[in-house]
Design a protein around this ligand. Sequence first.
Ligand code: ADP
Ligand code: MG
Length: 281
Amino acid sequence: MSKEVVIDVQNVSKTYAQGDLSVDVLRDVSFKIYAGERVAIVGASGSGKSTLLHLLGGLEPPSSGFVVIKNVDINRLGAKALGHFRSCYVGFIYQFHHLLPEFTAFENVCLPLRIQLDAKGTAFRTHDSSSWQDRLGWVARKLMGVGQFIVLLLTFWFKAFAHRHKIKRALPGIKEKASTVLALVGLTDRQHHKPAEMSGGERQRAAIARALVAEPACILADEPTGNLDWKNSDQIYDMMLSLNKTHQTSFIVVTHDQALANRMDRVLRLEEGRLTEVESA
Ligand SMILES: Nc1ncnc2c1ncn2[C@@H]1O[C@H](COP(=O)(O)OP(=O)(O)O)[C@@H](O)[C@H]1O
Ligand SMILES: [Mg+2]
């Protein structure tokens, strides 16, 4: 297995205020996840498993410590750059599918690729103003005189035009990729159905396709089969584990299912805010 570090969590703590109380959900948590690794996170309800995944995906900042993904300290990115970063490197699968109800499975799976298109070419510098609009704004404030302002307007218009052209050119590739991934999860026949017209297992398979389609470096899954019966759960896990082999994607899966946890490379347990490695039997 390659030894590239994908996620490096360094001394992360998370404290929530609950009324007058402050609750230490995570205390000085450190670990590394390598490329292609499959890791289960287990722990009692309320032990902070979802909180940890949210921190790994940059949905929430830690109270202290660092979450470094692909060598980028994600909490030093501005909101927009963080969104772009996520679209390139992180896929989420939740317990509830979170597909957009008004779109078909196919359209739902196309969405991350469309979002990723906006992020392409972004250099993820870890300071808060990395987008060209920010830099353009800064230059605009510095420049004086109507002539320069018109030049800036034309630049803005040209960039918008070029962007529309880029989307048009990319569309056939996006559609082809979405179809391929939907075929991988066995949904070719159902791809033009909306979530309400699909079974629970089919919806969750569509959610997996959506998480995988942009080929992120890591997939964060929060009890992804919590709503499914054992037969559907088994199918979903077989699928995720085989996709992990072919794509070298790292999987971090929160689960209550001991049988699944045993199929992963490592098991980490959260207890009283501390994370420990569970030794395999
Ligand atoms: N946004 C929040 N505000 C305050 N407390 C929170 C928040 N999110 C989670 N918590 C608390 O953090 C603890 C861990 O929650 P969670 O990460 O959801 O646990 P788990 O996923 O292991 O069941 C719980 O005590 C919960 O009440
Ligand atoms: Mg949870």
